[in-house]
Design a protein around this ligand. Structure first.
Ligand SMILES: Nc1ncnc2c1ncn2[C@@H]1O[C@H](COP(=O)(O)OP(=O)(O)OP(=O)(O)O)[C@@H](O)[C@H]1O
Length: 282
């Protein structure tokens, strides 16, 4: 496998604290996650800076969700050191830390009550709850929720119930919820999974808007497909069997060779404008 890194990480061993931690949204050094005799992640070094938008790409079971859960302070590493927003996991109140992170996952979608109004799904993020618990929210909050729904192209759905939404509309609602608290880090776990072609393309365009917004938080997006990489995303981490195949600037790292190594078969990568496509070599 080819190991490509766009910056040196030699000075960031497991026990050292990087001097420039203030500029780093995520810092992982020598990280492993082990369950029984299985390494879900191993020997992982990763740094995410404030203005970066990362894609984490890999096959089923590669360890993507495990990595995102570390970044979301939902999981502790078995080995190595993880800093999230300058705080070291294991030495910080993760409940407080999580209020600074926007996290959109399919698992969260499964926990939203079907009868919950879309606007309330979004606005309740500010209160760190699911399921409406107050009769009235602050007008500023509901106004922000409506703005976010509009930005994500679902302005008219605020009064609908979550259970009546299409898969694509649910994904967008959860992204709006993740952005509601103005997070310093945005984590998106397979936002385009289950969407039809039109839904995927529309979501990719919305995610490009977020990626290109200089006020948007540092973002990490997990996907299985190069076709889902939104223009505007800057960096790529390729995972395979819990290990890093390559990481760095997308333009440097996303190659047929690295993709083939990550997915364990000979793949041909094509680029069309600012989008990517891949297929198996004949
Ligand atoms: N508690 C556990 N015990 C043992 N193995 C686990 C445990 N949790 C996850 N795994 C395994 O770890 C591997 C990585 O899981 P993870 O969910 O991070 O992968 P992923 O890249 O997100 O996969 P997918 O794309 O299919 O969602 C998988 O093979 C999974 O079966």
């Amino acid at each position: 496998m080819t190991a490509v890194t766009s910056r040196t990480q030699a000075d960031t061993g497991p026990d050292s604290t990087p001097e420039d931690l203030d500029d780093l949204v995520l810092h992982m050094a020598g990280v492993g996650v082990r369950r029984g005799s299985t390494d879900l992640l191993k020997d992982l070094d990763w740094r995410v800076e404030l203005d970066e938008r990362w894609v984490v790409l890999g096959s089923n079971g590669a360890g993507k969700t495990t990595l995102l859960r570390l970044a979301g302070a939902e999981l502790h590493p078995s080995t190595g050191v993880v800093h999230v927003l300058g705080e070291r996991l294991g030495r910080v109140n993760v409940f407080e830390l999580r209020t600074r992170i926007g996290f959109a996952t399919a698992a969260l979608a499964g926990r939203v009550p079907a009868e919950e109004k879309v606007r309330d799904v979004v606005v309740s993020a500010g209160y760190a709850v699911l399921g409406r618990w107050r009769e009235e929210y602050d007008q500023l909050d509901t106004g922000r929720a409506d703005d976010l729904l509009e930005n994500l192209g679902i302005a008219g759905l605020g009064d609908r119930t979550f259970g009546t939404l299409s898969e694509g509309e649910r994904k967008r609602t959860l992204i709006a919820r993740a952005l509601m608290t103005d997070p310093e880090l945005l984590l998106l776990d397979e936002p385009a999974a289950g969407l039809d072609l039109g839904g995927r393309e529309d979501l990719v365009a919305r995610l490009t808007d977020i990626a290109l917004d200089p006020d948007a938080p540092a973002t990490v997006l997990v996907t299985h497909h190069v076709e889902e990489i939104p223009p505007g995303f800057t960096h790529l981490l390729l995972l395979s069997q819990g290990g890093v195949v390559a990481q760095g600037l997308i333009d440097d790292v996303l190659t047929s060779e690295n993709l083939s190594a990550a997915f364990g078969q000979s793949l041909e990568l094509e680029r069309s404008g600012d989008r990517f496509f891949a297929r198996r070599r004949a």
